[in-house]
Design a protein around this ligand. Sequence first.
Ligand SMILES: [Fe+2]
Length: 314
Amino acid sequence: MSTFQGVDHAGIGVGDMDTALDFWSRKLGFTEVFFDYTGVVPGLEEITKKKEVRARIVMLGNRFTTRLGPGKIKLVQRLDGDGAPPYPAGIGYGEVGLAEVCLHTLNTEKIFRELVDNQGCKSLMEPLSAAVGEHQIDLDIAYIADPWMGKVEMIDWKGLWTSRPAAPRIEGVNHVAFGVHDMKTTTDFYKQLGFNDQIFESKEFFDPMAPWYQVGRALPGHHMTLWLSGQGAGIEPVRLTPLWEDCRGEWGHVGPMDFGIGVQNIKKAVAELQSLGIEMHSDIKTLDVGVSEFKYVYFKDPDDQYVSIVESSY
Ligand SMILES: [Fe+2]
């Protein structure tokens, strides 16, 4: 078994937890609470340049999670300083930093209509169908906004997996997308961490995203690839041409802002990362989350995204 087990969770910054839970839990079906922690979050001193970070962190699983939606959602509400940092100015899609969280969704159109027409969610892209990659994999896609305008993609990977027959439903996190400086550097890097199965590569601007870019800004070129690991959720690096400004923002900013890669043995995983020349932002940290422990360490990927490895036993 590989040391690295795909994306364990997408980290989403939130302005207040009640509003976030109403959206993620009640509306989107992430009802499994793995832990709900409030307190000091160590190991972020180097990343945040702060002596102490305090936050409430709620780790949620989807009740209908499947093989195409194995990832969890980690809601983070910063409690120190001025609270949740703002959504980075200038985000369209694909600037360096986290771009979206994508949920596998059985019957995207029906779920989208329910959320937008009846649940008060904001549409960022109306449902459409496409086929991607050399195998022309069929999919249905749509986007809604989280309560702070973070991008939430919903994909029904019809051509990749025939789901069990079921009512329309969201089935957990399929992938996270993030902007990078150099596609080859990033994909070579993440191949070392088990992301070896390329689902598609696209080098054309994806027209339905045009409204996301600021007026007066030329539409960038899009180079996107999606990679799955044998386990966990996938990653979707995006390279814009030309590069735009760094939109990583502060750790904990509202909207998608970090992700964690699952490991079974974090000490072994750190040793493996170090043997590859990858640096850590701290030593291994452990949160006592009541029912069990949550162990993690943030490491430096080629763009210094906010990315960690995590070991959990809940
Ligand atoms: Fe995506």
